[in-house]
Design a protein around this ligand. Structure first.
Ligand code: SF4
Length: 387
């Protein structure tokens, strides 16, 4: 078995030095790295959870302009916040952000306190977020372990597995590695190395500043640590969404307070049953979810999207309202809106794609629904069955 080449204090110093030197030379110029503002750092850390840095870059500046301070964020309407979060997914992060901002305003003068005990009691502040914010904003010597740094540490020290002991050991190692000053930069460097060099597949050990110290490399295990998880079982689903028109307006509804896309808006949508045509599914969905009767027209859009392990084909149909007032045991409320007002409400990414189609050419879409309803009503099951 290989001896740990990083067991002496001199080697630890060298390892830190090499990593930080590499970071200064190769770090991506990400906008949140230019700021020491605790709020901006906190915001970036929340945005980066479950989301790639390239995506977060598009949101970060926009979000800061809309909510430039903790006080501004705390006074935001949840719907407005969700609208700005649209497309990022994991919307619970946005709600926790809002709740934490309100607590910071009411108990801490709208500031992030330099106190891990206090922070860890706020919504959305797990061990990682507390360490990331305090080490970067206040130079607290606090470690972080997330996907990228976990992979680097696992390989560097050949520590892997899913047990609590392994997790505890990784946190311990992350803390031991930290320098006495500049913990924030060191944490960033470790994550950056995992993102750019010590990647999940084919780590680029030849470019790695830790190569000499790395146990996995010395023992040829860099590709097998951490072990690959089995492939997630993918489930396929077919759903319909219905753009129901009544004069100039379309029907949208607000999802329940809990569950997927909680509180966001959508065109009534639901699963298509086996042996059911898209037209029948659309008609049933509108009736069951909103109490309205609708004449279903042609498909407007048909595309696939993924949510966790689900691969969903969404068939978007046009329809014309025929009768019935909105009432629903599922949705919180419904609204008949002009197409141009759809931008004011938060929609999930697939539903926004549908809304955007209407916005691009609302007149054509309206004409098309009138024509297609006439055609579709003469067909019993005019669209292919989808499984
Ligand atoms: S030497 Fe290879 S496996 Fe080890 S930390 Fe560097 S990139 Fe990762």
């Amino acid at each position: 078995m290989a001896r740990a080449p990083i067991s002496t204090p001199g080697n630890w110093r060298q390892l830190r030095h090499n990593l930080l030197r590499w970071f200064r030379a190769h770090a991506r110029p990400l906008p949140w790295r230019e700021s020491r503002d605790p709020y901006a750092i906190w915001l970036s850390e929340v945005l980066l959870q479950q989301t790639q840095a390239a995506t977060v870059v598009r949101y970060f500046g926009r979000f800061l302009r809309a909510f430039p301070s903790i006080a501004a964020l705390a006074s935001a309407e949840e719907q407005d916040l969700l609208r700005h979060w649209e497309g990022l997914g994991y919307y619970r992060r946005a709600r926790d952000l809002l709740r934490a901002a309100r607590l910071l305003v009411s108990h801490h003068d709208g500031r992030i306190p330099d106190d891990p005990e206090v922070l860890s009691r706020l919504p959305g502040f797990g061990r990682y977020t507390v360490g990331a914010v305090l080490s970067q904003a206040f130079d607290r010597r606090m470690p972080i372990v997330e996907a990228n740094s976990r992979r680097v540490l696992s390989r560097l020290f050949v520590v892997s597995g899913a047990s609590r002991n392994v997790e505890a050991r990784l946190w311990e190692l992350a803390e031991m590695l930290l320098p006495d000053g500049g913990a924030g930069d060191f944490n960033q460097a470790l994550m950056e190395l995992g993102a750019l060099v010590c990647t999940a597949r084919q780590p680029d050990c030849g470019r790695c500043p830790l190569a000499k110290a790395c146990l996995a490399r010395r023992t040829g295990q860099q590709e097998s640590i951490p072990p690959r998880r089995g492939r997630a079982i993918i489930e396929k689903q077919v759903e319909v969404a219905v753009v129901c028109r009544r004069g100039q307006r379309v029907l949208v509804a607000q999802r329940p307070r809990h569950g997927r896309w909680a509180g966001m808006w959508e065109f009534p949508h639901g699963p298509m049953n086996e042996h059911e045509s898209a037209v029948d599914a659309g008609r049933r969905t509108v009736m069951e979810l909103t109490g309205c009767r609708a004449d279903i027209g042609d498909p407007l859009l048909d595309f696939a999207h993924a949510i966790t392990r689900f691969r969903i084909r969404l068939i978007c149909l046009q329809a014309r309202w025929r009768g019935g007032a909105f009432r629903s045991e599922f949705y919180q409320q419904g609204k008949w809106l002009l197409v141009e007002d759809l931008m004011t409400l938060p929609f999930s990414a697939p539903q926004r794609r549908l809304a955007a189609t209407l916005s691009i050419n609302p007149a054509a879409a309206k004409r098309s629904v009138a024509e297609s309803v006439n055609t579709a009503t003469s067909m019993k099951s005019g669209h292919p069955r989808c499984r």
